[in-house]
Design a protein around this ligand. Sequence first.
Ligand code: TRP
Length: 331
Amino acid sequence: MLGDKKVVFSGVQPSGNLTIGNYLGAIKNFSAFSDEYRCFYCVVDLHAITVRQVPAELRRRTYETLALYMACGLDPEKNTLFVQSHVPAHAELSWLLNCYTMFGELSRMTQFKDKSAKHADNINAGLFTYPVLMAADILLYQTDLVPVGVDQKQHLELARDIAGRFNQAYSPTFVVPEPYIPQSGMKIMSLADPLSKMSKSDPNPNAVVYILDDKDTVLRKFRRAVTDSGAEVRPGEGKEGISNLISIYRCFTGKTEEEVIKEFEGKGYGDFKTACGEACADALSPVREEFARLMADKAYLEAVMKKGAEEASYAAARTMAKVKKKIGFIG
Ligand code: TRP
């Protein structure tokens, strides 16, 4: 809680282009919290450098991620939108929480295992302590609810354990956060391999639809989506490709499964793929336009970041003072 409102916090990395999986599974749902909760949405640039980044690209993507938040409907007057490195308390609390996190716990994180296999030449300590920084992000704001994709659930559980451990060692200090994993778009799979998750770092360009893809690209990618040799538009065993397209179509149109099955009765996969592409492109086109408008106004984006960092710093300072006092630091 902050004041009389419950708190929502979430973060998106400014690395890689965001996909419709990020959109449907996370960002699209963020604005729904704005009225009821005190919301913090962060561009987590400190997390991004756990893998090598080209400086100019990191800078550009930080602007882009903020612009995308706003293009997807997050109003900076109603939400605190900010960049992680602009609020030093994230790094500071992260150090403190490192001392309340066990080596064994971090060793069990599946994302660490995956990323160290993928970046075998750069298994740096930041990659290992990544979840502690994420815990710091969340706990700093006394967060009640964290909207995340399923892949982040393990990190969230760790954040809860760290909070509990600290509260136990001293006295109640942190709110223990709950995950919020949206039903819709929970699992958007790759268009090229419907058994694996759609990932922004997939090297196959046909596997992934990006939020900022233009209409022709979106249509082409859906037309090329891998399906089975059947013809009936309905989910089922061995029809993971079609099942995935049905989920995507449902997310963009708000239709139920029965409605979709009925709509495409007697029609082939081709028609269905075109309809998916159209629905997706139509939903994304206003986002793309707003994004372009915002990216053309860097000064405005910088003003939003600055205001966000001020609001976040103010809220963070309260938690930091409390934590330091409990640990025994001289204030
Ligand atoms: N680790 C998250 C991801 O890769 C991003 C993130 C960082 C985050 N800090 C967070 C998400 C705090 C929710 C809350 O998707």
